[in-house]
Design a protein around this ligand. Sequence first.
Ligand code: AVI
Length: 335
Amino acid sequence: MAIHRSPVGSIVLNRCTPKSPFHADVLAGLSMSPKEIPSKYFYDERGSALFDRICELPEYYLTRAEFAIMHRCVAEMAEALGPQCLLIEYGSGSSVKTPILIAALERLTGYIPIDISREHLYVSANALARRFPELDVAPICADFTEPFELPRSGRNNQRTVVYFPGSTIGNFTPEEAVELMKQIAQQVGPGGALLIGVDVRKPIEVVETAYNDRAGVTAAFNLNLLARINRELDGNFNLGAFEHRAFFNGDHSRIEMHLISKKKQVCRIGPAAIAFEEGENIRTEYSYKYRPDLFEKLANQAGFVVQKVWMDEKRLFSVQYLERVAGDSRVTSDE
Ligand code: AVI
């Protein structure tokens, strides 16, 4: 790559050939104005461990509310899914909610957890295989936002179901969420379904507190992105010169997480130099909070029909059961 200035003039790529998708995406994101880094890069080993800690924080209502729904409503979920499903889990991480579902499903034909973090994936897949010795567990280390191959299943599946808990769908823009659900619709095929965790719009104080915990774990999770760039991409970011900021953007119904430069500075990633003004931000995450009727519109655009919505008692979170519209021309093109 030739030496050049980016259109916004804040990054100089000096004979810098990206070594990996992470490297390419970071350089591309930091050459934009405003700067951004895709949130999927939070989840290296340390980031995944920090996320597990976030899930246990008193302020982070999402995990507890989703657990409560799973415990209370799993029998209804199992009835909706029916017997002999093949279960595919998107972004399985520590797979902590999955055993509740697996234990309730009748004659499950297989379980395919998919995650970007290899270590995390294999540890949790092994634990599940030990806990359910009869179950065929076939983990796939992949970025589920990119095309990936599913193993051929010789079993007699009645239905393929993608389980996508945790409200990770909220980390995509509504347009991206529709595209991702279209991909899922294609993967599950005719008669297939999606069981998905979706965070719900709620008073701003509750949601902002969840992303600004007192113990600073979310801040450490956010700053770990810069530490990861230092570790993996030969970066020299001074973590003390950036701060975590998270706020609710009501117009878009989303939490926005940013890293703010505390001063004017130039940081390096290998030979590339990235200039920051004081107060300049890097957007690191969106987390959309949906009114159920608005999420239903997205599901319909992707070729799904919402059959059932379960919520916790405080109506903080939802788990939704979506069935693929039979013969939907939007998702059947290459089947
Ligand atoms: C994984 N995802 C649903 C989390 C969320 O709440 O959007 C990631 C997270 N970011 C900060 N805290 C948790």
